[in-house]
Design a protein around this ligand. Structure first.
Ligand code: ARG
Length: 459
């Protein structure tokens, strides 16, 4: 064990205690961010005359060497060190001697870890946004190609009214757009630099916190050193945003699973994104969608767990906070993996246009339009609703769709009906008459697609 402390102790740490306390097995992940933070810190220390320029350069060279050696596999981060901060400092001192011992001047691991986690999260948010964008691009491609691909829209998983595939995909586009905005918003709000908060009460050195913040691309320093070391709100916001992305992916997965069933056959998942059964030779299973749906629980778990961890922590830093990392890392990895796989599956998925349109033709998805026809001919809506209800009942008995019912039978129930009812309740009319912004009608949808294209170009 190699630790940064021990002077006031008379006994060696028990090995089990050491293992329990150590975080290197997981915080080694942000070694690059840790060194980047240290480089900014020593630059600032030299600018303030707390380190000499020579010491600064020795430390910077040392850190750059360590970074390169870790990256190129010459230096291994081992569990002999308590955490990544101890590892870097110990190796630095080993390599450059006394100057290395000055790196931690005016800093605590408390503000250091708060900084590292922010730098890491900021980088990951960029990657997450990139993956969200790729998903939105695939959605937009499908929207552009399927403005006239009719399908049933559902409520209560019962056929309700006809829509188009473009419209259905557009709903997911809006969800992922909000996810993108949420991530941007978190990145904006968290962008203050905790370095200089010290252990909890700042330091006695004349640090230039604005300068360090600027070097590291922050909008400025945090304004309360106790909050600076113990704020983990942005991680909770991130876990919440990731949970929402997963909730969207999970709903989408559920639909793909349903659409892929033998009964629906709306889609065919590409062989590269399906799996087989070890016993049933005919099977082609939607495992990817099922796993995405399943992994949603894992990300929700991270949010709930970390909220619970944080709820009883008095100010300022307490070791409980070390628990932030494994949850956040796992939630980020899981969400990134799910976004990438779902996007690939969606991009290669075949839509069975005929089958979708056929499904929309049955199930009385045009019943509302038949009622609207009557309203347009002066029948009050509530009466029209009742009349069409009776027509539907008749068609159920005869096992036919509304548009297969002869005109004389329409007229028997209500004489207002004329030959043009068939045109009025055709799939095409039902969809294309819905022209208010946000509705599935061809022209309304084309207008929204333009807005979506603009959104992605400005992304
Ligand atoms: N590994 C610790 C963490 O992740 C680093 C901070 C340790 N600070 C302390 N005072 N023990 O939170």
């Amino acid at each position: 064990m190699a630790q940064l402390w021990g002077g006031r102790f008379t006994k060696e740490t028990d090995q089990l205690v050491y293992n329990f306390n150590a975080s290197i097995s997981f915080d080694k992940r942000f070694y690059a961010q840790d060194m980047k933070g240290s480089m900014a810190h020593v630059r600032m220390l030299a600018k303030q005359g707390i380190l000499t320029e020579e010491e600064r350069d020795q430390i910077l060279d040392g850190l750059n060497g360590i970074l390169k050696d870790v990256e190129e596999g010459r230096l291994e981060i081992t569990s002999e060190y308590e955490d990544i901060h101890s590892f870097v400092e110990a190796v630095l001192i080993d390599r450059i001697g006394d100057a290395g011992k000055k790196m931690h001047t005016g800093r605590s691991r408390n503000d250091q870890v708060a900084l590292d986690m922010k730098l890491y999260t900021r980088d990951e948010i960029k990657e997450l946004n990139h993956l969200v964008k790729e998903m939105m691009e695939v959605l937009l491609e499908i929207m552009e190609a399927h403005l006239d691909t009719y399908m049933p829209g559902f409520t209560h998983l019962q056929k309700a009214q006809p829509i188009t595939l473009a419209h259905h995909m557009g709903a997911y586009f809006e969800m992922f757009k909000r996810d993108h905005e949420r991530l941007i918003d978190i990145a904006k709000r968290m962008n203050t630099c905790p370095l200089g908060s010290g252990a909890l009460a700042g330091t006695t050195y004349p640090l230039d916190r604005e300068y360090t913040a600027e070097l590291l691309g922050f909008d400025g320093p945090t304004l309360n050193s106790m909050d600076g070391v113990s704020d983990r709100d942005y991680l909770i916001e991130l876990l919440s945003a990731l949970s929402t992305i997963m909730m969207h992916l999970s709903r989408f997965s559920e639909e793909v699973i349903i659409w892929n069933t033998n009964e629906y056959k709306f889609v065919e998942i590409d062989d590269a994104y399906s799996t087989g059964s070890s016993i049933m030779p005919q099977k082609k299973n939607p495992d990817i969608a099922e796993l995405v749906r399943g992994k949603t629980g894992r990300v929700y778990g991270a949010l709930n767990s970390f909220l619970t961890t944080m709820k009883g922590i008095p100010l300022a830093y307490n070791k409980d906070m070390q628990e932030d990392k494994e949850w956040v890392f796992d939630a980020i990895d899981t969400t990134k993996g799910c976004l990438a796989l779902f996007t690939g599956m969606l991009k290669t998925m075949q839509f069975n246009k005929e089958r979708m349109a056929e499904s929309a033709r049955h199930g009385f998805t045009n019943a509302t339009d038949a009622a609207d026809y009557l309203v347009n001919h002066g029948v009050p809506f509530r009466d029209a609703h009742g009349i069409v209800g009776r027509l539907v009942l008749l068609c159920i008995e005869k096992k036919i769709a509304l548009d297969a019912l002869p005109l004389d039978e329409y007229k028997e129930i209500c004489p207002v009906f004329e030959e043009d009812i068939y045109e009025a309740i055709s799939l095409k009319t039902c969809v294309n008459k819905r022209l208010t912004i946000g509705a599935p009608g061809h022209d309304a949808m084309a207008q929204v697609i333009k807005i979506c294209q603009d959104y992605l170009s400005a992304y």
